[in-house]
Write a protein that binds this ligand. Structure first.
Ligand code: GLU
Length: 431
């Protein structure tokens, strides 16, 4: 039987590192359930709220919401560490009674009798500690509250946790915890310490690197499927030359502890956005439409679908899709972005002249299709001795506010004849 836990402290929101730890625990359980010889596997969620000063119900809720958004369902919990105070005190008392701990100035100290503690880490292999890392330490403070290392051992053994997967930053706690397990006469779980996460500059990931909270990415228009795929590859590799796009089922299938890496992982937001683009295109326009348009927008479904399909190839986030699709659907104005404004400023008269020419010529196009429009636009440019771009780029800018988009003939189809002529006319007249 396998039992793992994710044990966040609700002293902040769910960050990338915590979410990655939660995901590895979740994947380990799901993989075991589907494939392992040990199919009975349980994922426990324990909220470590013993730091009453810094823990809040709001943070607990943010962590639960983040896990739910990512699809990391837990089987037991949330259990609250703070509710187990009595057991922590009883366990400490038992060690005291057995002479394995002693009282000093009101606090209970664990007596370290070992010179060396070693374990076979599921990620790092054999690890040994000795010397000053192994000195007597407090387990229950004078105010009768447990320290982290003690509460965690009391909880993990009460919950019959078999595997502890957590961040590398906890490696130095593990020898103390192993000594406590042994002193309490309970089985020592398997430990696996997953690698640190660094920013692209090689420094420990922090606020300086931009958004690190899972909720920030949710609000920036990242799909949970992409976030999960990206987090899985932070410190885990499928091996071989498998491509990096995974859905959750493929991750569950492929996830093995041997693939968890020792070296630190690098968090690259650009890669996350790229991956999100891939996941958005995999989901397809029909699925994304309801994320972009709300019923109150009153956009016909066919228009909504066509605008999303048009912008999807060039989008990296849902916000990109929404911004561009809503402009094409006429909900938002095509305000020129920086590059577009600069392009207009180079030759405002030429910009307006090209638009006027386009309006005059497109007005009587009967075949408003990509093919029909392409033929007409090419003829028009030729007839006036213009380069195609000199005609297309003003149209693109006027209809999208941007200097890159789908091909202009397709753009005109998506916007529709009446709307396109109307907006081009207004853009040609604007000063
Ligand atoms: N509450 C601890 C943390 O957030 C848990 C560490 C552990 O998994 O043992 O880092």
């Amino acid at each position: 039987m396998i039992r793992v836990r994710f044990a966040p402290s609700p002293t902040g929101s769910l960050h990338v590192g915590g979410a990655r730890t939660a995901l590895f625990n979740w994947l380990f359980v799901q993989h075991a359930r589907r494939r392992g010889p040990d199919r009975e596997a349980t994922f426990v969620l324990r909220i470590e709220d013993t730091d009453k000063q810094r823990s809040t119900d709001e943070f607990t809720q943010v962590i639960l919401d983040g896990m739910t958004w990512l699809g990391l369902g837990w089987d037991e919990g949330p259990l609250f560490q703070g509710e187990a105070l009595q057991r922590h005190q009883d366990d400490a008392q038992r060690l005291l009674d057995a002479g394995k701990a002693y009282l000093d100035q009101g606090a209970i100290y664990f007596r370290v009798t070992h010179e060396e503690v070693a374990w076979d880490d599921a990620v790092h292999g054999p690890i040994t500690f000795h010397g000053k890392d192994l000195e007597d330490f407090v387990i229950l403070r004078a105010d009768r509250t447990p320290v982290y290392n003690f509460a965690v051992v009391s909880d993990d053994s009460a919950m019959r946790i078999t595997h502890v997967f957590r961040g590398d930053d906890h490696i130095s706690n593990t020898p103390k915890q192993i000594l406590l397990y042994r002193a309490c006469g309970v089985p020592v779980p398997t430990f696996g310490h997953v690698p640190m996460i660094l920013g692209t500059d090689g420094k420990k990931l922090s606020k300086r690197h931009g958004a690190t909270a899972v909720a920030d990415y949710q609000h920036e228009g990242i799909l949970p499927q992409a976030m999960v795929n990206f987090l899985a590859l932070l410190g885990w590799s499928p091996g071989g030359d498998r491509e990096l796009f995974f859905d959750a089922a493929e991750l569950v299938d492929s996830f093995k502890l041997e693939g968890v890496q020792r070296k630190a992982a690098v968090f690259d937001p650009q890669k996350l956005e790229w991956m999100n683009g891939e996941h958005m295109r995999h989901r397809g326009p029909a699925v994304l439409v309801s994320e972009v348009f709300k019923p109150a927008d009153n956009v016909p479904h066919a228009t909504a679908l066509a605008t999303v399909a048009a912008v999807l190839p060039r989008s990296r986030t849902l916000l990109d899709v929404a911004r561009q699709a809503r402009i094409r659907a006429g909900l938002d104005p095509a305000t020129p972005d920086e590059k577009a404004a600069a392009a207009i400023a180079k030759d405002p008269a030429g910009y307006r002249a090209a638009l006027q020419l386009a309006v005059l010529s497109l007005r009587d196009v009967a075949d408003w299709s990509a093919e029909g429009l392409e033929a007409r636009l090419r003829q028009l440019a030729e007839a006036h001795g213009m380069k195609a771009g000199a005609l297309m780029q003003p149209i693109r800018i006027a209809l999208t506010g941007a200097t890159v988009s789908e091909p202009v003939n397709e753009l005109l189809v998506v916007v529709g004849k009446d709307q396109a002529l109307d907006r081009l006319t207004r853009a040609a007249q604007a000063r």
